[in-house]
Design a protein around this ligand. Structure first.
Ligand code: TRP
Length: 326
């Protein structure tokens, strides 16, 4: 079985964008691969945050991931800071990573603009820690969205650089693009993200889901109920693609292009289907919130398994570097 590694920042509750872009895919990958799924809290501290809230953010993220169907018996689900080898390997890989290469990272440039008052070295080094995450487990495939491809290519160069300098330890990982690399938000413009407020939390109430979908942007050319619309230019229709049956989608296309149905009808159907889809996930989440020990146990067992495997890699790495063995 090939090994997969993926990480997600502990931004708190999962939302539709993470779900469609990543987590839904993670649960499917478990069938075919041995998977490590990591909540990357050390990456998160490169941006400003409230320390009092971190534990809750990690718990929310981990319990949502479990509720979506990641199975802690089959996959290794863990929190990055529970496995110190990640930062240890990161330091070693820092001596392979090139300053010029890191300076060219798009995400670093974007984040530097967004947090101009706090361009810390961690932000700059972020891709090296990400490389350490992946290489520690010799993962062959890394499921990511389009925005992370540059970081995975960077990790390949790091693996190559290490192997050339100190001898072969690492495989070069490959980015495995998710089938839906970019999910457009309810504003119909930007990538779905929590910070832009153009998404829906997986745990949202029915009422909230309906309200948010009702406000979502549709085909901008369809201004009045009597106008016909173009589903291909409508983001609500693209969301139907994830949650609605072929029959429902045909109903939308026929109704929209002939003005037989209005956007309100189309949105109502989407909300119905989305609510149905999310109901089992929300039920499972509520169970986990009522039994937090189940989440803690899963994460502790995950960290234990991850540590065993990470420690083996670090023993090889230390040998290759010629470090003092005691
Ligand atoms: N940088 C990734 C993101 O923001 C998260 C991440 C950290 C990751 N380490 C990783 C993704 C390792 C894949 C593999 O989405």
């Amino acid at each position: 079985m090939k090994t997969v590694f993926s990480g997600i920042q502990p931004s708190g509750e999962l939302h539709l964008g993470n779900y469609l872009g990543a987590i839904r895919n993670w649960t499917a990958l478990q069938e075919e691969f041995f998977c490590y799924f990591c909540v990357v809290d050390y990456h998160a501290i490169t941006q400003s945050y409230e320390p009092k809230e971190m534990k809750t953010r990690v718990f929310e993220m981990a319990s949502d991931i479990l509720a979506c169907g990641v199975d802690p018996e089959r996959s290794v689900l863990f929190v990055q800071s529970q496995v110190p080898e990640h930062t240890e390997l990161c330091w070693i890989l820092n001596s392979v990573a090139q300053f010029g290469d890191l300076s060219r990272m798009t995400q670093f440039k974007d984040k530097s603009q967004r947090q101009a008052d706090n361009i810390n070295v961690g932000l700059f080094d972020y891709p090296v820690l990400q490389s350490a995450d992946i290489l520690l487990y010799n993962a062959e495939a890394v499921p990511v969205g389009q925005d992370q491809v540059q970081h995975i290519e960077f990790a390949r160069r790091i693996a190559r650089g290490f192997n050339n300098r100190w001898g072969k330890v690492f495989k070069e990982p490959e980015a495995k693009l998710t089938s839906t690399p970019k999910i457009i938000g309810l504003d119909g413009k930007a990538k779905m993200s929590k910070s832009l407020g153009n998404t829906i939390a997986l745990g949202a109430t029915d009422k909230d889901i309906r309200k948010r979908i009702n406000r979502a942007m549709t085909d901008p050319q369809r201004e009045k109920r009597e106008d016909t619309g173009n589903p291909d230019k409508c983001n609500v229709y693209s969301l139907h693609g994830f949650f609605s049956t072929d029959e429902d989608r045909t109903w939308v296309v026929d109704g929209c292009t002939t003005a037989g149905i209005g956007c309100v009808d189309c949105k109502k159907r989407l909300a119905d289907n989305l609510i149905e889809h999310l109901t089992p996930i929300r039920t499972r989440k509520a169970e986990l919130v009522a039994n937090p020990d189940e989440v803690h146990d899963a994460l502790n067992k995950g960290a234990e398994k991850a540590r065993q495997s990470a420690a083996k890699t670090m023993t090889k790495v230390r040998k290759k570097l010629g470090l003092w063995q005691g």
